[in-house]
Design a protein around this ligand. Sequence first.
Ligand code: ZN
Length: 414
Amino acid sequence: MYKCNSRRLQDSIEQFSQFGATLNGGVTRLSLSKEDVLARNYFCKCCEELGMEIKVDDMANIYAMLPGKKEVPPIVMGSHLDSVEKGGKFDGVLGVLTALEAIRTLKDNEVELEVPLMIANFTNEEGARFDPAMMSSGVIAAKFEKAQMLQSVDNNGMTFQAALQASGYEGEQQHRLKEALAYIELHIEQGPVLEAKQMEIGVVEGVLGMVCYEITFTGQSNHAGTTPMAMRQDPMIVAAKTMVFLHEQLGKIDEQLVYTFGRMHVLPNIHTVIPNKVTFTIDSRHQNPAIMQKVEEVLKNLPTEDKGCRIEPVKLWGRDTVLFDRQICDEIETACQRFGYTSHRMFSGAGHDAQYIATMIPSAMIFVPSINGKSHCEEEDTSFEDCAKGADILLETVLTMQTKYSMGQTYSLH
Ligand SMILES: [Zn+2]
């Protein structure tokens, strides 16, 4: 067992947080921006100093490889270096830096591996500058069309293609990650569960399935003063009633089900006018497809009309639950036991590159606790001690897997 150097890991987290540092201790490092390129350059320099070979693919994903004694596909660690606007200094970058720390620790201890190790940095995970999120892991996993992604435009009208070319990180398609023994992504939890349960490590078994519906309520606008209550077709009242009804119905389905009425539009949105149209979204997530089915049934079985208003639910999008590799999850849990770190099996409610990579390579994730459950904000925080524990578990898991692989065990996709 090798313990990572927590002081060195803290130094690298602090060093990287300078690339795009905000006034309140956060980071703005939008994908392929000047700040992102500085972080990429520094990351490549760190890897080269460790004797790693860098390759970049046509989506600007960076792969740093440390050769092993055997010429076999690598075990890959990694995450993303980009951030949202005024995000925190842990989201994404921690997965890259704990991987770097794991390799530095191997070098400190002069460990020679049978199997090559790779660190991956996936481009535009956040989707904060260019829609969609997890764009480049999605392209290499054939979830998205590259040609379409190149046309994605940022707020200044710049295409992803132009940003890619300007960044100096447009590489070769042949360098895309195709084969690997495993992919392990360490990430902050971005939620309050580990902290509330006083657990040090989250063993992430998958990413929750979700559906998002938008419900439109259409009525009739009229004067707010002259129209008697009984003579109105007011879609706002019907929308409010429906929201309460959904809250009651979905609340009964399963206590782990989460749902959010996150966006609402009112037309014409004037305080003296009865609205004629109200829409709201409902985003709902759970790991069990049967539960998600029940949610959809409730939504589809809403009445089509109430108080003279039309009710139309439309499915905007959905994703199936992604299950990570059970054996890798077991290895992560065993590593926690060896180190005496408490661990908790859980699902991720947020999307991550690992959910796309998992469709081509056996994958799993390691979570470390988020203080007050905060993320995607400058207050995002994780104790450096917990970061180092995560790095210990990442390294131990990789070492166990490469040992078992050399003895003939393989990790299989579900
Ligand atoms: Zn992230």
